[in-house]
Write a protein that binds this ligand. Structure first.
Ligand code: FE
Length: 167
């Protein structure tokens, strides 16, 4: 048996508090609807570097979005699987994915996958594009925060519920 550690707390003045939370929430209201059959769950909304950690949950099959990443994206598949039409790999449960800056791809969940949950760390923005690659929309940490505020207000958690995930 190891002796209990005694650790002195050397936090710097002015530093931001940590975030510790159950990633897959017990309260269904924490999931923010993004589109029919698609939700996200904020984990860390980074207003300093510009980007976010969230869980993406999909309960439908087919094409979800075509998008471009100006900065790196990191993903960890918690449940189910998904792929990009432009690549021949499948991101499967337990898998790690790195998406390099400049990637344009089309997120797809195949028939037979009842639920997909993936943690994504998106940096910068998601730039949505059409088949020609022209921009049709975007998301950044501030549009994410706005969606969370509106949703949490509407489900009775209160708009301020999102504040615990903002740094
Ligand atoms: Fe992507």
């Amino acid at each position: 048996m190891n002796a209990p550690l005694v650790v002195s707390h050397l936090a710097a003045a002015g530093m931001q508090p940590e975030i510790v939370t159950l990633a897959v929430p017990e309260d269904e209201r924490v999931w923010v609807p993004q589109a029919p059959g698609v939700w996200f769950r904020p984990l860390m909304l980074n207003t300093v570097a510009g980007g976010w950690f969230n869980l993406l949950r999909v309960r439908k099959s087919g094409i979800l979005s075509r998008h471009r990443h100006p900065m790196a994206v990191y993903g960890y598949v918690i449940k189910g699987s998904w792929r990009y039409l432009e690549h021949d790999w499948i991101a499967e449960e337990g898998g790690f994915v790195y998406e390099p800056p400049g990637e344009v791809h089309t997120l797809t969940v195949d028939e037979g996958v009842e639920e997909m949950i993936t943690m994504f760390n998106v940096n910068g923005a998601m730039i949505y594009v059409d088949e020609k690659g022209d921009t049709v929309g975007y998301e950044d940490v501030f549009t994410k925060i706005d969606m969370c505020r509106k949703h949490y207000e509407s489900v009775g958690l209160g708009a301020g519920y999102v504040d615990q995930f903002i740094r």
